[in-house]
Design a protein around this ligand. Structure first.
Ligand code: SF4
Ligand code: F3S
Ligand code: FES
Length: 235
């Protein structure tokens, strides 16, 4: 396959020497089916070892390489060069503090995630086998089980940018996954947490989250279902 020349325009920031971030250009040759992550790896390995970014699986599973590519939140391992132009901008996801280059501090994001009790809660004694669930009951929350906590949704949400205390779409997706699980017993507790002023009602149905999700989760729909459930239970 023929290689072509592209320029990766990367927003760099080193807190030890820089006061503000700045852009740096890197010219590389890539095959059309190379991913942005391949380009970043090439730069790090052969041009500038100081470039910092997170990545692990390289196959859209771990969620660690979320970044803003040509102005849109994407996973670098899932975007092909042939889908982009000859000059591609790469910057950190927005709304979380930048630690270095493309690496942001995920602590606040994880704090919001932990706040919704993202695990099965069932105080009944464990049955001798597994806790059974019908295929229909399992299907109820199938979409939200696909979340890989990449933060593409929350960091593209203007409501989160405006107020970082907003729990954000990723946390609500995670809450949805358990609220609608027939084996779980803590839906009321989660809905109460989400009825707070920084919970679901801070969502203004902007849909950036749905557009950004690399797992094609219907994020806005999930948020709507949580809102409806709250109204249904008169919370
Ligand atoms: Fe990422 Fe989608 Fe989960 Fe948001 S809902 S954290 S975009 S996988
Ligand atoms: Fe934000 Fe998505 Fe709601 S972008 S406002 S969480 S629909
Ligand atoms: Fe794991 Fe991209 S490196 S999702």
């Amino acid at each position: 396959m023929e290689k072509s020349k592209v320029t990766l325009k990367i927003k760099r920031f080193n807190p030890e020497v820089d006061k503000t971030p700045h852009w740096e250009n890197y010219a590389i040759e890539v095959e059309p089916t190379d991913r942005i992550l391949d380009g970043l790896n090439y730069i790090k390995w052969y041009q500038d070892g100081t470039l910092s970014f997170r990545r692990s699986c390289a196959h859209g599973i771990c969620g660690s390489d979320a970044m803003r590519i040509n102005g849109r939140n994407r996973l670098a391992c899932k975007v092909l060069f042939k889908e982009m132009g000859a000059t591609i901008s790469v910057e950190p996801i927005a709304g979380l503090p930048v630690l270095k280059d493309l690496i942001v501090d995920m602590e606040l994001f994880m704090e919001h995630y932990r706040a919704v009790l993202p695990y099965l809660i069932n105080d009944d004694p464990p049955p001798p086998t597994e806790r059974y669930q019908s295929p229909a009951d399992r299907a109820r929350f199938d979409d939200t089980t696909k979340c890989i906590l990449c933060a593409c949704c929350t960091t593209s949400c203007p409501s989160f940018w405006a107020k970082e205390d907003y729990l954000g779409p990723a946390a609500i997706v995670q809450a949805h996954r358990f609220i609608f699980d027939s084996r779980d017993q803590a839906a009321d507790k989660r809905l109460e947490i989400l009825s707070d002023s920084d919970g679901v009602w801070r969502c203004r149905t902007i849909f950036n989250c749905t557009d950004a999700c690399p797992r094609n989760i219907e994020v806005t729909r999930a948020i709507g279902e949580v809102k409806q459930e709250m109204l249904f239970r008169k919370m």
